[in-house]
Design a protein around this ligand. Structure first.
Ligand SMILES: [Zn+2]
Ligand SMILES: [Zn+2]
Length: 268
């Protein structure tokens, strides 16, 4: 039995003797199957010393974790350490003894929470190793590629993981697209961890919103209005996005004015 992993997106599938016919994540118009065709790999293929997971403390109690050299689309996970427990926000495909030891020294992982399917990676492997649950919004249940009793499919607009951390379903990129609000982040001014539900653009202090990032498909106005309206209810200074991106200060203002700019350009 092999747990095949899509080489392009890094998402692991149900155990089987043969790889799946296609990857549902990459066949979707928000992602892509490369011109060279669908390829598969497995976790064992990575564990030969050529890959490492780098973990960096980017502000007190917040760590970013990513694999070198790049795996999948270069996903990055964050470990948020709070008095109520450590949460792994989003996930990465590669998992080895070293990162397990490092994370256990930081207190382990009490829950894994996902922004959207492009980060599903090897969530079940991580949840098994750290003996924790996996939180995914109910609206994205159809995108889960490997079954497990560890999933908690939460419903509604928000879900409190612990007194410091709230999952917020904004929709947009995916119906279940979720951001994580960390009340005590950034000197207690609040942080928002967004996956690519909100995309931090190169121009400092601005963000964007896309249905598909690689294929440049925009979101309709009503979806952007909804994201703005939902996030109006939360205070946050910093935003931690996909890959390396972050906004250090003025994050809420950046989201509000960027939503207005986006709507203006859609309408003109
Ligand atoms: Zn894929
Ligand atoms: Zn995405």
């Amino acid at each position: 039995m092999i747990y095949y992993i899509c080489s392009t997106c890094g998402v692991q599938y149900e155990g089987a003797n043969e790889p799946p016919e296609n990857c549902i994540i990459c066949s979707d118009e928000r992602q892509y199957v490369p011109a060279s065709g669908q390829k598969w790999t497995k976790l064992e293929d990575f564990q030969k010393g050529q890959y490492t997971n780098e973990i960096v403390e980017i502000e007190p109690n917040l760590y970013s974790i990513h694999t070198k050299p790049q795996v999948g689309i270069g996903q990055r996970a964050y470990l948020v350490c709070t008095p109520g427990g450590n949460i792994l926000w989003d996930c990465i495909t590669y998992l080895d003894e070293e990162i397990i030891k490092t994370i256990n020294n930081l207190g382990g992982i009490q829950a894994i929470a996902l922004s959207h399917p492009h980060y599903y990676s090897t969530i079940v492997e991580w949840a098994e190793v750290f003996d924790c649950s996996i939180y995914i919004h109910h609206a994205d249940k159809e995108w889960v590629t490997r079954s497990s009793a560890r999933y908690i499919f939460w419903e509604g607009e928000n879900f409190e993981l612990n007194p410091d951390l709230i999952l917020i379903n904004t929709g947009g990129h995916f119906d279940g697209s979720t951001v994580l609000h960390w009340k005590k982040g950034t000197q207690s001014n609040g942080s928002l961890l967004v996956g690519d539900t909100i995309f931090i653009v190169p121009d400092p202090g601005w963000v964007s919103f896309m249905y598909s990032h690689p294929n440049r498909i925009p979101l309709p106005a009503h979806e952007v209005r909804k994201i703005k309206q939902i996030l109006q209810n939360y205070d946050f200074d910093s935003i931690y996005g996909a890959f390396e991106s972050h906004i250090k200060y003025g994050g809420k203002e950046a989201v509000m004015k960027s939503a207005d700019r986006y709507l203006y350009h859609l309408g003109r």
